[in-house]
Design a protein around this ligand. Structure first.
Ligand code: HEC
Length: 117
């Protein structure tokens, strides 16, 4: 009797507890899942592109075998479509980095942010 009573109580509490948990977690999860494509793109660039490109605005760290990212970003011929096409199937001089769609989006966002620098 007592047991089932407890169960009822705990069942009744559950939704409230869940709602509370959802409330508490929501800001955290949205913050974690929050898309920061520019930041992601920068991290990817610093990891994968820096050997050949200067990847930061005004930066000096990076390879000089390829145009700096700010240069590419400010080129009027650089459109998101063109970048996407390029990154999905990179130039022969460039290794195929097997970037995911998300990574490509992030890099595009990052490059676009550089165009405004
Ligand atoms: C091994 C060297 C190397 C690495 C690593 C590299 N690139 Fe390049 N990239 C090049 C070279 C060389 C060019 C110039 C190609 C040309 O225009 O003939 C180039 C050109 C580009 C261009 C200009 C394409 C255009 O519109 O003409 C973009 C955009 C680009 N790279 C993005 C990236 C990104 C993003 C990464 C990292 C994920 C990366 N590259 C990593 C060598 C590299």
């Amino acid at each position: 009797m007592r047991k089932s009573g407890n169960r009822i109580v705990s069942k009744a509490r559950l939704p409230a507890g869940l709602a509370l948990a959802a409330c508490l977690c929501l800001p955290a999860t949205t913050a974690m899942a929050q898309v920061d494509p520019v930041g992601d793109g920068k991290r990817i660039a610093q990891k994968w592109c820096i050997n050949c490109h200067i990847v930061e605005a005004g930066g000096s760290r990076g390879g000089d075998t390829a145009p700096p990212f700010t240069h590419i970003a400010k080129d009027p011929a650089t459109t998101p479509e063109r970048l996407r096409g390029f990154l999905v199937d990179p130039h022969p001089l460039m290794p195929n980095l097997d970037l995911t769609r998300q990574e490509i989006d992030a890099i595009i966002a990052y490059l676009q942010s550089l165009a405004a620098e």
